[in-house]
Design a protein around this ligand. Structure first.
Ligand code: ATP
Ligand code: MG
Length: 659
């Protein structure tokens, strides 16, 4: 291998793999040479069908851009996630729920979950919800969120889960866009010892009118006082108690809509991504099983909120389709302290742990002690998704959390892709810190240069996919033109992810960041992730974000926003901070080349992030160029006050010119 840092699969892991390297190579070949036969076989063996499909792929990356898989097949998602497990593991735990406060938990067997899903499916039917109707779910991380999602799939209703941290205006826009008939919400949610008034947000979102919501079903989570609108608002528990526990799953066509999920909005107006029934479920189940080397009986934990695609594919659908025990945590990683996650791992003997770089970086700043206070002996696989993970954070996650004992899998994918596209299965592929590694069987990534030509071998370009895969999104809800425009117009004939990538001599992929964030300094095209990673490599830096600003001579110059580790920040006065900023600029230049030394480095208390924890660089660009009146849609910012705090730092002239 060409890179110095390669982490090979440990022999014991390889030897006990569910799918070994040889089988995986055969799968990859089969998927490449006869995709229809391969995926039909996977679909028939991994899922239960009411009518098995005989048709594989019917997808067009041109013309009408219609994408269809298994279109003559009939199945039901809830039956695949629940009913088919009842014969063999009805009493096994399907869902472990861990509450925000320590010591609070619930365990639901497949039988329990099945019963609740059937009841809630009947509740929805009683409210007039029919096949194809949209149901919005605005719930905290509680078991009822999984119940509501699966109940929709049971009757063929299309769910749209909205992250329970959104403001009323964000929710209102999405409710209107998807045309939800029913909203399922809670009085309040609990997160990190705080309470979020969910029902009040729904009331406010519905006040303006504009959406066809007829019914609001309210789950009592905290028992807080709430306003009730007679005729519209109904009580979850009362409806469930009155509902029948029997509900036959509706046979759905593979191409019937399954859910709408809005992207996290890092780059602009969120898009209502539509996934359909058969292809999506197969993709979630296939990748969950292969990439994590999932084994029956194991406890699997994905920390993502159900409001994001990761929570859908790897919190609910993938694991439950595979009969796994999935753990759902209501809280946040740092409450009551930074050791909480690691204690949960020990307490529930978690084997697979899947989280995001933003959380890893936050926990890293708390030091090793909270991790070391736990054993983590049950862990077998750890994994990450959401952003490029900088090698610094990768190595900490690997050595401190995983103790160098268990494989760390980076998974590159998007809301639009349904599940992993580039990821090296834990028991099969050697890992390199910061690389998403190799494509999943049947996925054909291509890197396109500025002229739209494929780059062969080693090189860099726009990360596209040449062929459809079953988990691909089908359209943007109600706006097929925007779907074509967003994903197929820049590079006709290819699906364009919006991300940039590099392929090394071993064929490994490195995601360099979003193409919108590529910075051109004196003819050098620089991905934001590379400079950020170089800055984060400096011991004083906890996290960094880099954007381009116009420059007379160079075209663009780099502007870096850095968060310092708490101890470094505390020990520095203004002059000390300035000296450190100089040093950081030189440091980035020495790691990547002088052209990559930022002209400006600003120490900030925090970075603008989406509610899924991703940095919104377009907001930083506007701040850096003082275009504060045109920040664009900031409704998905986790904490809008961050913008003011950064502007204040900028005004205080903490900017340093390095050269
Ligand atoms: P929007 O499309 O509205 O801007 P978003 O792209 O942040 O929102 P998601 O679909 O949740 O919404 O995120 C997918 C994106 O996250 C990818 O396109 C990529 O930029 C980034 N990403 C996810 N996983 C990885 C990874 N393992 N390595 C690098 N980048 C990743
Ligand atoms: Mg995106």
């Amino acid at each position: 291998m060409s890179d110095s840092q390669v982490f090979h699969v440990k022999p014991a892991m390889a030897a006990s793999a569910q799918v070994d390297a040889t089988q995986y190579r055969l799968m990859t070949n089969h998927a490449e040479h006869d995709a229809d036969a391969f995926w039909l076989e996977q679909a028939r063996t991994r899922l239960d069908w009411v009518r098995e499909p005989t048709l594989g792929c019917n997808a067009h990356f041109s013309g009408d851009h219609a994408i269809r898989w298994f279109e003559d097949g009939l199945l039901n998602v809830s039956a695949n996630c629940l009913d088919r497990h009842l014969a063999t593991r009805a009493d096994d735990i399907a869902l472990i729920w861990v509450g925000d406060e320590e010591g609070v938990e619930k365990r639901l067997s497949f039988r329990d979950l099945h019963e609740q899903v059937c009841r809630f499916a009947n509740v929805l039917k009683d409210q007039g919800v029919r096949r194809g109707d949209r149901v919005a779910i605005f719930l905290p991380m509680v078991p009822e969120a999984a119940v509501a999602m699966l109940a929709c799939t049971r009757i063929g209703a299309v769910h749209s889960v909205m992250f329970a941290g959104f403001s009323a205006s964000s929710v209102a826009g999405r409710l209107e866009d998807c045309g939800a008939k029913v909203v399922v919400t809670a009085d309040e949610g609990r997160r990190g010892g705080k309470r979020v008034r969910l029902k009040a947000i729904i009331d406010e979102a519905l006040e303006a009118g504009g959406s066809p919501v007829e019914t609001v079903i309210v789950l009592r989570v905290t028992g807080a006082e709430i306003a009730r609108q007679p005729g519209r608002d109904l009580d979850y528990a009362e409806l469930m108690a009155a509902a029948s526990p029997d509900c036959t799953p509706e046979p759905m066509a593979a191409e019937d809509p399954l859910f709408i999920l809005y992207t996290s909005g890092s780059t602009g107006k969120p898009k209502g991504v539509l996934h359909t029934t058969g292809g999506y479920l197969l993709w979630a189940a296939f990748t969950h099983s292969i990439v994590f080397d999932y084994r029956p009986g194991e406890v699997y934990w994905c920390t993502a909120d159900i409001g994001w695609i990761t929570g859908h594919s790897y919190g609910i659908y993938g694991p439950l389709a595979n009969g796994a025990t999935t753990l759902m945590f209501e809280g946040v990683p740092t409450y009551p302290d930074a050791g909480r996650w690691w204690r949960i791992i020990d307490q529930y003997q978690v084997t697979t742990f899947y989280t995001a770089p933003t959380a890893i970086r936050a926990l890293m700043t708390a030091g090793d002690a909270p991790v070391k206070a736990s054993s983590r002996a049950s862990l077998r696989v750890i994994a990450t998704v959401g952003e490029t993970i900088n090698p610094e954070a990768w190595l900490w996650y690997y050595h401190v959390v995983g103790e160098g004992r268990v494989p760390l899998v980076d998974t590159w994918w998007q809301t639009e892709t349904g599940g992993h596209l580039i990821a090296g299965p834990a028991a099969i592929v050697a890992q390199k810190p910061g690389s998403a590694t190799l494509p999943i069987p049947g996925v054909l990534p291509v890197l396109l240069d500025e002229k739209g030509q494929p780059v062969e071998g080693e090189g860099e370009g726009a990360l596209c996919v040449a062929k459809s895969w079953p988990g691909q999104m089908r359209t943007l809800w109600g706006d097929h033109d925007r779907f074509i425009q967003s994903y197929f117009s820049t590079y006709p004939g290819y699906y364009f992810s919006g991300d940039g990538g590099r392929r090394d001599a071993d064929g490994y992929y490195w995601v360099t960041g979003r193409m919108d964030d590529v910075i051109n300094v004196s003819g050098h095209r620089i991905g934001s992730a590379e400079v950020e990673s170089a800055l984060a490599h400096h011991p004083a830096v906890a996290e960094a974000a880099v954007v381009g600003v116009p420059h007379d001579l160079k075209g663009q110059a780099l502007f870096a926003f850095v968060i310092l580790c708490a101890s470094d920040l505390a020990s520095l006065d203004a002059a000390g901070q300035r000296a450190l900023c100089d040093e950081l600029a030189r440091h980035a230049g020495s790691v990547l080349g002088r052209y990559a030394a930022p002209d400006h480095v600003l120490v900030v208390p925090d970075l603008p992030k989406t509610r899924s924890g991703k940095i919104m660089r377009r907001v930083l660009r506007k701040i850096a160029t003082n275009e504060l009146d045109s920040l664009g849609d900031t409704s998905t910012l986790a904490d809008p006050s961050v913008v003011d705090a950064i502007v204040e730092r900028l005004r205080a002239r903490d900017v340093v010119t390095a050269q």
